[in-house]
Design a protein around this ligand. Structure first.
Ligand code: BGC
Length: 735
């Protein structure tokens, strides 16, 4: 990718604060922070009162904990075992920034001896599978409430990297392969966190789409493709969530490190998108002092890690003295940080540790999220739901007698009740492997009191097969553990594929329940009648799985990512690369790639079955400003209450892929009930970003809008003629 940086200066000016005339730092009372005004005004006034040392202190974030590395001691005031700490300026009433990882819940850093036991949501991908922004908001609000109660005011949440690589070990933290779905879900989660008057990030900006070589990997893709895929997901998440901070990523993009990238941080983020907040680095992701600061990085995170030392006060002062960094730039950096602190309540509504948490209410939020995100992939002969008359059930593998799996790394939440299966390898980074104490076995026994449910751990395939043969139904729990800093194989861990084969051969009525970080291959898919994808289902996962299996909950999740049938269907079938990551697929990510290349996936993007059935009628699309608005009637044609996700797919006259997601809505319906849903279609999704004419260009011609239950099950299509149009690079939706 060869970016033009010519608009840099203009963009810098655009993003600048109007700082009042330069009074030198002066004696100011602690009430200075309470002065009235907008967040911009308050930040600008505050910067004037600060000494250079005070401003520099805001630009440096410490690792919030005493490990790693050996010998590092977090400064006084840091919260034990947390991700980060930026001291405040007590003289002026500026509180510290206490940072916690919080994609899935308030996390404790892996090495901490004492864990902060908090409520874990299902994985980010599971929440995306609900296609329900309100639910994502509720989850974010729950996490934010726990963070506030723990004295954290900056949550490193809002993970929205696109699933270009289904083996990425962090896919479980993200929101899938489509920029619209991912952006809407992550944006809602961010808004939920921030509804607690604390600040959330969006991360990792940008194209941090695999963990292999994550510190140096160089994402290479053409600018238009970048704009229409990974950047669009961030743009939508920022528009909807208004995060106080953006975390720049470890990796390089087009040759430059993300945290010293003028195109990403200044031209696009601040200039075109008008982003008013600050940019903080991922932990140890900075590689320069003046270059990073001049490119748009405001705060370096992770001091205490060996490689995080670029924004220390000595280096910044030296850069100023050498004329490489203007002092005004330091003012601007400090002002952006303060502006977000003012705008999101950090200064007016101080956090404090040790506040009460309503764990029962928070577990209910987590359970609802899990129940809404579980996807029924296959249900031949309506084997599910399990009836109360089911006599003998064999439950096999996946530690289903004890709990449910979670993903590893910095987002790891330690559950109240502790790790249900301690000691599994790896026990140290990128581990430990943590199972939440919500046992599918116990929950199934509660819901099916008349059934005989026996458990086999699945290590002995022959014993598992014997139990299955002696039972009416067999359920195999298939697991795949994934974690930050590693990529994973696209299968269940260990010998579990063979276990499924053995059980299915012994009992044709075999159900497979998956707990995976993302898609997996299923060589046995044709041999089992029912498959349920439960992702990492969170603190109440056992209950959620049991309720879906028994029909207490009607499944309604839909896949936020394509499940390939084989590795050779992927744009990059080889093992994840190092060095130059040439994304030849461009913007045709996920289902767009599969559709454009005629690959038949195992399960397509958007797919998800229900115990009832739905019909779509009367699809209408009409122009609405620069975009479209579509209306469709959804009917629950079966005999159970259920929720359906109406998906709208668009096709354009000369697009690289046959269709893209244009909008969606989740609808709850009683049996026989119909509802008309109205779905707006963002004009950017009707356009392409064409490199030689920056902005969103729509060709004239016939566009189609289709309603579907998945990207491959379209039930109704309308065509609409559209004139050409062009939206400038800084176009933003109203509101
Ligand atoms: C991760 C970030 C995380 C940070 C702080 C990094 O290793 O990439 O997502 O927020 O650590 O824990």
């Amino acid at each position: 990718m060869h970016f033009s940086y010519s608009t840099m200066a203009a963009a810098l000016a655009l993003s600048g604060f109007a700082l009042p005339g330069s009074t030198s730092a002066q004696e100011a009372p602690v009430e200075a922070a309470q002065a009235p005004g907008s967040a911009d005004e308050r930040a600008a006034s505050m910067v004037v009162l600060m000494t250079l040392e005070e401003k520099l202190s805001l630009l440096k974030g410490f690792f919030g904990t005493d490990f790693p590395p050996a010998g590092f001691e977090a400064p006084d005031g840091a919260r034990y075992g947390s991700a980060g700490y930026v001291p405040g300026v007590p003289r002026l009433g500026i509180p510290p920034q206490w940072q916690a990882d919080a994609g899935i819940g308030v996390a404790t850093q892996g090495g901490a001896a004492e864990k902060r036991a908090r409520t874990a949501l299902p994985s980010g991908l599971a929440v995306a599978a609900s296609w329900d922004p309100q639910l994502a908001f509720a989850g974010g609000a729950m996490i934010g409430a726990e963070a506030r109660a723990d004295g954290f005011n900056v949550l490193l949440a809002g993970s929205v990297n696109l699933m270009r690589e289904p083996r990425n070990g962090r896919n479980f933290e993200y929101a899938g392969e489509d920029p619209l779905l991912a952006g809407i879900i992550a944006g809602a989660a961010i808004a939920g966190v921030q509804s607690n008057r604390i600040l959330a990030t969006v991360k990792h900006f940008a194209v941090n789409d695999q963990e292999t070589d994550r510190n140096d990997g160089n994402a290479i893709l053409e600018e238009g493709a970048l704009r229409m895929s990974d950047l669009l997901a961030f743009q939508i998440a920022i528009e909807r969530g208004d995060p106080g901070a953006v975390m720049c990523a470890y990796n390089r993009v087009g040759g430059l490190y993300s945290c010293e990238h003028p195109f990403l941080l200044t031209q696009v983020l601040r200039g075109e998108w008008g982003y008013p907040g600050y940019v903080l680095s991922d932990w140890g992701a900075v590689h320069s002092t003046a270059a990073a600061a001049n490119s748009g990085l405001d705060q370096e995170s992770g001091f205490g890690l060996q490689r995080a030392d670029w924004f220390n006060a000595d280096k910044l002062r030296a850069a100023i003295q050498a004329g490489e960094l203007a002092e005004e730039q330091v003012d601007l950096m400090a002002a952006r940080i303060l502006r977000s602190m003012f705008a999101h309540g950090l200064i007016d509504d101080l956090v404090s540790e040790g506040q009460p948490i309503d764990f029962a209410a928070h577990r209910a939020v987590s359970q609802q999220a899990a129940e809404s995100g579980i996807v029924l992939l296959k249900n031949e002969g309506s084997l599910l739901p399990l009836g109360r008359e089911t006599g003998r059930i064999a439950l096999i593998g996946g530690h289903a007698d004890k709990g449910v799996l979670s993903g590893g790394g910095s987002s790891q939440v330690y559950p109240d009740g502790g790790n249900a299966v301690p000691g599994l390898e790896p026990t140290t980074w990128p581990g430990p492997v943590v199972y939440y104490p919500s046992s599918p076995l116990e929950e199934l026994r509660k819901l099916l009191p008349d059934a005989t449910i026996e458990y086999a751990d699945g290590t002995d395939h022959a014993a598992a097969a014997r139990l299955a043969a002696a039972s009416d139904i067999a359920i195999v729990m298939g697991t795949q553990w994934a974690s930050e800093s590693i990529d994973v194989e696209l299968n269940l861990d260990g010998e579990q594929d063979a276990l499924v084969e053995a059980v299915a051969a012994a009992n044709p009525d075999t159900v497979v329940v998956l707990q995976t970080g993302g898609p997996v291959l299923m060589p046995w898919a044709g041999k089992v009648p029912a498959i349920l994808e439960a992702w990492y289902p969170g603190r109440m996962g056992g209950a959620a799985i049991a309720r879906v299996l028994t029909g207490a909950v009607n499944p309604s999740g839909h896949l936020p990512a394509t499940f390939p049938d084989s590795l050779d269907q992927l744009p990059w079938p080889g093992a994840p690369r190092t060095g130059d990551l040439v994304y030849d697929e461009g913007a045709t990510v996920g289902y767009e790639w599969f559709d454009a290349n005629g690959h038949e996936p195992l399960f397509p993007f958007g797919h998800g079955l229900s115990y009832t059935s739905f019909a779509f009628d009367h699809l209408v699309a009409k122009r609405d400003g620069e975009g479209l608005v579509a209306t469709v009637e959804v009917t629950n044609a079966g005999d159970r209450r259920g929720a359906e996700v109406v998906q709208l797919y668009l096709s354009g006259p000369a697009w690289d892929a046959p269709r893209r997601l244009g909008g969606f809505a989740r609808v709850e319906l009683e049996p026989g009930e119909s509802k008309s849903v109205t779905i707006p279609i963002d004009p950017r999704l009707l356009a392409d970003w064409v490199a030689d004419r920056p902005g969103w260009t729509r060709a004239a011609g016939a566009y189609t809008v289709s309603a579907g239950r998945s990207s491959r099950e379209l039930t109704d299509t309308v065509t609409i003629e559209l004139p050409p149009s062009h939206l400038p690079p800084d176009w933003r939706p109203e509101g």
